[in-house]
Design a protein around this ligand. Sequence first.
Ligand code: F6P
Length: 543
Amino acid sequence: MPATPLRERKAWQALERHHAEIAGRHLRDLFAEDPGRGERLTAEAAGIYLDYSKNRVTDETMRLLVELAAESGVPERRDAMFRGEHINVSEDRAVLHVALRMPETESLVVDGVDVVQEVHDVLRRMREFSERVRSGEFRGYTGKPVRNVINVGIGGSDLGPVMAYEALRHYCTREITFRFISNVDSTDFAEATRDLSADETLFIISSKTFGTLETLANATSARDWVVRELGSEDAVAHHFVAVSTNAERVRAFGIDTANMFGFWDWVGGRYSMDSAIGLSTMIALGAGQFGEMLAGFRAMDEHFRTAPLESNLPVLMGVLAVWYRDFFGAQTYGVMPYEQYLKRFPAYLQQLTMESNGKHVTLNGRHVDYDTGAVFWGEPGTNGQHSFYQLIHQGTTLIPIDLIGFGKSLNPIRDHHDLLSSNVFAQAAALAFGKTEEEVRAEGTPEQVVPHRVMEGNRPSSVLLAEVLTPRLLGSLVALYEHSVFTQGAIWDIDSFDQWGVELGKVLAQQIIPELKNEAEPELAHDSSTNALIRRYRSLKRK
Ligand code: F6P
């Protein structure tokens, strides 16, 4: 833990002075003065090339930001994570998603247990099970093979599996339909099951705690559906498996723990897609490709663990995020994948980034006097260009973005991929350099339209470029953002691995549920707005 509060660290204070000097500098000038920057301000690891030259930084900025990471103890906290120390202080837990991708030949003893061996025991069971499902050997209650797999989970028990399935669909079996139910809104359940036969459907109930209201409600409806459709309680054992850390609750729900795949409290929900929570991913991909994905995670872990800070991709991305959040006051950060298969990647990143770094106190409980986690959001390109990019180009708010592109399409058709990729480079250049008044005038623009067509530029972006989207690449990409989030959290001196903020809403909902359900309409004792809303709801429900 860094001894010095953030604003008192030497590098932070140097950055404040430095920011005052360079904040007004335009990327146009930085590039004109230094033609080498486009090749120098880059880094590469695990198949991902990062061009960060179109950020509002100089070599001196990067030197100071890297110094800030060092002074903030990023390497020490990283090493403590890899050793299995309890760096999640508010829950007194180790943070070991990196152990999920360690090879079997390694060992990591945490609290007296070799976690790598435990991880591989579960991976072995997952492999056996997914092969039985994929080959048709696994049979449902009526003896039919599985044609549909439905993952029931929410948050980290949904977003990782659904993102990975969509991202890697090209590599997934087309023999089985995969669906994901997360929302307690019954429409989610109804639409996911309406055209399926229960006797061909396998439910994977995914919940770290097995106590999440939405997941338990959907799991109960799934069980009712299976029993109703197949006419027997006995069908449940043939159509349900669970993924959880809580065997007791799995048993209490009625799933035999022989059909349970475990993980551990040291895997955060939003860091769990490569644990047993990835069971649907493994069934979809096959164990071999799932192993490739783990190897991709591992390659980025090793890079993060060993590369010097100044060429360490997650560190560079992490310090840039801090630079914009704290020195430029950027409230949001866009991530735009130019790859249709990554359409759920921004949604996945929202939980990863915002549940991790949306914190207002330091590790020792002091209220921060600087900004922490930005709002992350995004959409695949080029779609976003025809909706919200306008604001990024000409709005009054600074929004740094990451543009993610690939050298090859997985579905090459005519020249689509060049059309797509040209936009990655064009957007980054347009954002950085814009269009001056002189340039607009030189185009013969009528004088009164000139101000509207001027593009100020100086809008920062980073480009991430890789050859092609593979399971391995996806693993590296996710690990890159995981460790970037880690770097930001370590600099901010916050606990990136708890999520107490979501609890209060859950508790209040539990109080309100009986007030909505009970036909006797019990007296309300909330604030006047909540009372009025509940009364209005009751009358709408009665109509
Ligand atoms: O409410 C937030 C949260 O706890 C997330 O952190 C988690 O990923 C999600 O709910 C689901 O939790 P579980 O896997 O225990 O059902």
